[in-house]
Design a protein around this ligand. Structure first.
Ligand code: HEM
Length: 502
């Protein structure tokens, strides 16, 4: 049976074929028009021109803005192209991108000025409800209503349960090579987040009527639609967007999301987790719409980010058996009883090498790789460099994380970079996988705890290997860094050991 989403896609392609042809013509003329406008903007005379200094950047010639759109349009190479631009144009440069003109900042010093400025307005990317937030930080209710210690302990219970489930399933399979572990990991991560937010596992959160789409697929599809829209900037114009077949799919996704969220928040027969965002917010008198918005934000911001990070972390450990073994020794040493397999919250602070591996993975693969800020007031970065209010500023994290002056041999996986000795002289804003300042990710602690707990349990029970090579892996820019194909992991069973502590 075709799901609702396929139905929408099919209908869109069949009915809008002729219209699409017309749209292509209109788009071509529009591109030509906006291309020349953006070129002139870059040359000067525009409101977004920086004072004094003229910024360099790719495609600073007539039709350059169109060439930049084309350069980024192949999603298999978008990240590589952006990295090349950062290497070529340095800490600050301008990209005229179709009708848009965006300033890229890549130096910790400039980022510090930006993050510390109180004038940031942020475009909200990848949310289930794609729209702009006006300065307020999403997820605030979560942080402000939860009692931190009680909440952290309840998360540890959830992470332990989900990790045990993964270990159990892999043990049953007894597979040594070529396990596609993606759905297993993503199921566990999604379960953790639904248990933490609405107090139920995912299977009790979804309506399964004919034509319904599940929450995991909704998150993937919303990211896909948003990415296509961002990489074709003319689609950001509402009148063009409304005629485009993708907007029908977008509408369908929003309606389906509302349906699934209402279902997830409805009372269920399952004995729920009594420490959840929903319970906390209900207790604090937050109205249903508010709870729905918070849940939607946390689901879209917390699910795929952590899932992708976990895949990259396991991949790095599989490619570097030496670091895997160091983590394993450390993990075995925190278990006193060989039959007690649960990690306590306090144990996490003893897993120093594993924590450094997590940090190094997020340096190489900053999952939310690009964030946009739009300051409400001008931002002065240097005596001859002021960014006018309303300019779109892009923070492309690999531009900082792979700067060889900050991280020598930046492509190398070397967790020791995050040892206290090596980190102490590094600029605070040289490492920003969770962003920084007033809009820093509110789920960073949740994510790090979960990554460490799941990985520790896996390393305790298995030796992880892979048949994939880093250079063959294609990473797509779907709002978050996403793998084109799942990694092929092998899990070889081992007998967990324990070291009685004196
Ligand atoms: C490895 C995992 C994660 C990474 C790399 C990550 C990264 C980020 C980054 C860079 C931002 C800032 C975006 C911006 O400034 O525009 C952000 C925002 C946010 N994150 Fe995370 N995050 C992760 C996991 C989580 C988790 C587990 C949760 C919740 C349980 C979460 C909830 C949020 C929320 C609510 C926001 C604000 C979104 C908004 O304002 O629209 N994140 N995250």
């Amino acid at each position: 049976m075709r799901s609702g989403i396929e139905g929408v896609q099919f209908m869109g392609v069949r009915d809008v074929g002729v219209l699409q042809h017309g749209l292509m013509m209109v788009t071509f003329f529009l591109l030509f028009f906006v291309g020349s406008r953006a070129y002139l903007k870059g040359k000067g005379g525009s409101s977004s021109k920086t004072k004094n200094r003229r910024l360099g950047g790719p495609g600073q010639y007539f039709l350059g803005p169109i060439m930049n759109v084309l350069a980024l349009s192949n999603t298999k190479t978008t990240i590589k192209v952006l990295e090349r631009w950062c290497r070529a144009y340095g800490p600050v440069f301008r990209v005229n991108f179709g009708p848009k003109s965006v300033i890229f900042l890549n130096s910790p010093e400039y980022l510090q000025v930006l993050f510390m400025s109180r004038s940031g307005l942020c475009g909200r990317m990848g949310s289930l409800f794609p729209r702009e937030r006006n300065g307020d930080v999403a997820g605030n209710c979560w942080t402000s209503t939860c009692s931190p210690y009680k909440t952290l302990l309840s998360y540890m219970r959830i992470f332990n349960d989900e990790s045990n489930q993964i270990v159990h399933t892999l043990e049953k399979n007894d597979s040594r090579e070529g396990v596609d572990v993606t759905s297993l990991l993503s199921g566990a991560i999604l379960n953790s987040i639904t248990k933490a937010t609405v107090g139920k596992s995912i299977e009790n959160c979804e309506s399964k009527e004919p034509g319904d789409v599940g929450i995991a697929e909704l998150v993937h599809r919303v990211k896909e639609v948003n990415t296509k829209r961002i990489l074709s900037p003319w689609l950001l114009y509402e009148p063009i967007w409304r005629f485009h077949p993708l907007s029908k799919i977008g509408d369908f996704l929003v309606n389906m999301t509302m349906k699934q969220l209402s279902f997830a928040l409805s009372p269920s027969k399952q004995k729920g987790n009594n420490v959840s965002l929903k319970e906390d917010l209900l207790g604090a008198g937050v109205p249903v719409e508010g709870i729905m918005e918070e849940t939607s934000t946390l689901l879209s911001a917390g699910y795929e980010t952590t899932e992708c990070a976990l895949q990259f972390l396991l991949f790095m450990l599989a490619l570097h058996p030496h670091h895997q073994e160091k983590c394993r020794e450390e993990i075995d040493s925190v278990f006193v009883d060989p039959f007690d397999d649960d990690l306590q919250y306090r144990d996490l602070s003893k897993l120093k090498h594993l924590e450094m591996c997590v940090f190094e993975t997020l340096r190489l693969f900053p999952i939310v790789f690009l964030i946009i800020r739009k300051p409400k007031t001008p931002i002065r970065l240097a005596d001859d460099l002021e960014i006018p209010a309303g300019t779109e500023i892009a923070l492309f994290m690999p531009g900082v994380h792979k700067n060889p002056e900050i991280y020598p041999n930046p492509e190398e996986f070397r967790p020791e970079r995050f040892s206290p000795e090596e980190s102490q002289h590094r600029h605070t804003y040289a490492y920003i996988p969770f962003s920084a300042g007033s809009r820093k990710c509110i789920g960073f602690k949740f994510a790090i705890m979960e990554l460490m707990c799941v990985t520790a349990k896996l390393l305790r029970h298995f030796v992880i290997s892979t048949t994939d090579k880093l250079e063959d892996v294609v990473i797509l820019p779907y709002i978050t860094l996403s793998l084109e194909k799942p990694i092929n992991f092998g899990f070889e069973k081992r007998i967990p050991s324990s070291k009685p502590q004196h």
